[in-house]
Write a protein that binds this ligand. Structure first.
Ligand SMILES: [Zn+2]
Ligand SMILES: [Zn+2]
Length: 86
């Protein structure tokens, strides 16, 4: 009886440990930061909700949005001429 109890306890501890590990894994996912206020921002946000800094800009060649500050468009490879049109 005691052996069964210990076995169940061991399985429970293993499950808890597994859950904690996967949680830490999720926390390690790199996050983007706003260039203006260094707040954590989602990769598809257009503007930082905290300081209103522009996070994305439109490509002059293909019109798709990409991260602000990149010199080349990741979608079409076009070189950025002048700032975004947002
Ligand atoms: Zn900001
Ligand atoms: Zn483009």
């Amino acid at each position: 009886m005691l052996l069964i109890f210990i076995s169940i306890l061991a399985i429970l501890l293993w499950l808890i440990n597994d859950e904690l590990n996967s949680r830490q894994e999720r926390l390690r996912i790199p996050v983007r930061q706003c260039a203006g206020c260094h707040a954590t921002v989602e990769s598809d946000w257009l503007v930082c909700p905290r300081c209103h800094t522009l996070l994305q800009e439109h490509c002059e060649s293909c019109g798709k949005t990409h991260r602000k500050g990149e010199n080349f468009c990741p979608w079409c490879g076009g070189n950025k001429q002048v700032g975004g049109r947002l």
